[in-house]
Design a protein around this ligand. Structure first.
Ligand code: NI
Length: 133
């Protein structure tokens, strides 16, 4: 826990550079936590390829595209998000993220949200295993 408190304090006491934080990791589909606010976690992820159909029964999920493009497939439509665009996936709505090329995304979601919802998937990373950077 010491490490966690240290990083919370560190990131909250000075500006956080999104670009600099993205330079610290290369693994894909593995969200990194960069800030916490009102029980919401702000995370960065690099994603490429297809994720998995899932929903989050209790949480809306914010996608903010930092670099590249992200296609969000829904059961009844598709939405393409470009760099600089933000989209809120409402709670309970099935979605399937696809990135043809590596996409850098910022996610904002409540603590405790599983990024694959109730779906277990090889790309699921439990929140306890998601690291602060
Ligand atoms: Ni999701």
């Amino acid at each position: 826990m010491h490490g966690l408190f240290y990083f919370i304090k560190m990131n909250q006491n000075k500006p956080v550079s999104i670009q600099q934080k993205f330079s610290l990791f290369n693994d894909q589909w593995s969200p990194k936590i960069i800030a916490e606010s009102n029980d919401q976690l702000i995370k960065l992820a690099k994603i490429e390829g297809e994720f998995v159909w899932h929903n989050h029964p209790h949480e809306d999920e914010v996608f903010f595209i930092i670099k590249g493009k992200l296609l969000l497939k829904f059961r009844d439509k598709e939405i393409e998000l470009k760099e600089g665009e933000l989209y809120v996936v409402p709670k309970g709505v099935d979605h399937f993220p696809v990135a043809e090329e590596e996409c850098w995304v910022m996610l904002i979601e409540p603590k405790g949200t599983r990024h694959t919802g109730e779906t277990d998937f090889e790309r699921s990373v439990d929140e306890k295993d998601q690291k602060w950077i």
